[in-house]
Design a protein around this ligand. Sequence first.
Ligand code: PMP
Length: 364
Amino acid sequence: MANPLDKIKPQVRGLKAYTLRPDRGAVKLNQNENPWGAPEAVRRETLRRLEGRAWSRYPDFVPASLHERLARFAGWRADGVVAGNGSNELIQATLMVTVGEGKRVLISEPTFALYRQVATVLGGEVLSIPLDHELDFDVSALREAIERERPDVTILCSPNNPTGCQIKEDALEELLNVTSGIVVIDEAYFEFSGRTVAPLLERHANLAVFRTFSKAMALAGLRVGYLLAAPELAREVSKAVLPYNLNLFSQTAAEVAVELYDAELRPTVERIVAERERLYKELQNIEGLAPVRSHANFMVVHSSIEPRRVYDELLERFGVLIRDVSGYPMLKNYFRVSVGTPEENDRLLEGLRDIFDGKGTKNL
Ligand code: PMP
């Protein structure tokens, strides 16, 4: 009998699926979410606006009112905004309209695994430049790769998941100027960095910026992301986005979150940034650990104990769930922690001190 799997593209058969271990812990520091949750005011106002809206009717074909609010929030134009079902959808849509057999996608690794995954599924060739020894972007290597390989698309995550490094505006501009391709900057974590490359959109029609409501905006469960680009480019990407991709509920909540950002969400971002700096200092004081400076709401930590064991012990003995990133290129001896509330971070530190003082690792 014919094997139906023979019909799957060979490059897809060769991939490992992007998955997450289903473990649960009382202290959840594995997915870089906002630990404070969606503010009560955002939830209440969303539900109020939803009253009287017909569930039997389609949502807006183009969520224009959300696009307008996002444009104002980002300092960009509404016809250059595309909202999506999570920024993942927009990553996929952008690659769908650019990548196929014979196309090249340049990335810098370690980074968010989805870029390689989607580009490969679509038949593209992925070119990867490692981060430098300090886990920072190697701009001159990226520039050389662009000049040599002429990638159709370059994707950089800034701040980068999982390392937290950030591309400087002048370095990015250098890359934008030498490439004939499209450059995507994934700014999923920009709120924690205090910087954005969005002002460069004005001068660079080949730049696309992705953002999400899943991190600082505290709406990961509702799946909203957005893209900022020149209107001509945004229009092309829209062609690969499904109609009514954004449901009524999520669209409404996203509008409320943007409206209430300064009053309700920005203070949580500031608290997270302060906690990130505290966590960084405290981790430096634990022998066997070396945290890496980050511009996001997480950081990777070099560990003298195998990351898998740290993960298991933290979860089993302290109920703390972290991310084992030791399978990523360059990160064999690292784990990643998201920044939680002060109490959650204290619990993490307590667990790590115990484990690295030798008490918890006697039998390992
Ligand atoms: N980009 C990066 C860098 C991420 O880390 C994530 C989530 N882990 C996403 C995009 C996906 O975000 P969303 O929930 O908006 O699909």
